[in-house]
Write a protein that binds this ligand. Structure first.
Ligand code: SF4
Length: 250
């Protein structure tokens, strides 16, 4: 999918979600206002201001997302963190409203990547962590690689060997996680300045949201045999993302 089209798909769905949130806040106000006026008049303006402020923030942030998507303005790690917090609220609703959930998920990941890429980070390679899921490993492989990636013999039967080679060539950390808990543990242990994560849509989205404000680039794995079994990844795409995050290419 073309990147700009993908951002538009996500932004239109996020727009519908934002409008729904603003409408719900307005309805809340309409329901609460008469009761507050009669029983707790002192709270009436306070609740009114809070609801109005929340609705305005959502609408303003939505407008800023469009600017961030299509211009060079509004770059920065802190601003990305604010966008991430807002998207964390909007995304579940956007997904609920979308007719094609897969498209929205992919568009969301692409948009989160775009927010990171536009900051033109130049992270030293030894501060970059490549995080991959366990399902990339060939299911017949006898070597245990989750605790120690050096146990991989780079036999070429799965993508793990190629990624290990890439990570060694670039002097980067590379780890394989069996799930979200281990992934979080690895991140705490290495304390990277940036992560390039490989996973399926669901894991990528939750992981990218969890580690914000740490910059994360997400790369979807390919699942020729179905989910969580002998998955693969486009190593060339991974190589390009590593080039970008380390500032070797823009
Ligand atoms: S490349 Fe590594 S992980 Fe994959 S099958 Fe070979 S030894 Fe096992």
């Amino acid at each position: 999918m073309n990147s700009y089209r993908s951002y538009a798909i996500f932004l239109y769905t996020a727009g519908t979600a934002t409008a729904c949130i603003a409408a719900v806040l307005f309805l809340c106000w309409k329901v609460l206002e008469p009761g507050l006026y009669i029983y707790i008049p002192i709270l009436q303006p306070v609740i009114g201001i809070i609801l109005f402020f929340a609705a305005t923030c959502c609408i303003v942030l939505y407008g800023l997302l469009w600017i961030a998507a299509y211009t060079h303005f509004l770059q920065g790690k802190r601003l990305n963190h604010v966008f991430n917090l807002y998207l964390r609220i909007v995304y579940p609703l956007a997904k609920l409203l979308a007719s094609n959930k897969k498209n929205v998920n992919e568009a969301y990941i692409s948009f989160l990547n775009h927010l990171v890429l536009r900051c033109h980070f130049s992270i030293p390679p030894h501060h970059v962590l490549i995080l991959a899921p366990h399902c990339l490993q060939w299911d017949q492989c006898p070597h245990k690689i989750t605790r120690n990636i050096n146990n991989c013999h780079m036999c070429g039967k799965c993508s793990i060997g190629k990624i290990r080679e890439l990570a060694e060539k670039r002097n980067m950390h590379f780890s394989v996680a069996t799930g979200g808990t281990l992934a979080r543990q690895i991140v705490r242990e290495y304390r990277p300045q940036a992560i390039v994560a490989i996973a399926c849509e669901r894991d990528l989205i939750s992981g990218m949201q969890d580690v914000s404000p740490l910059p994360v680039l997400g790369l979807l794995n390919e699942r020729p045999y179905g989910p969580c079994f002998n998955t693969t990844v486009d190593v060339e795409k991974l190589d390009k993302l590593l080039d970008i995050i380390t500032g070797r290419k823009s």
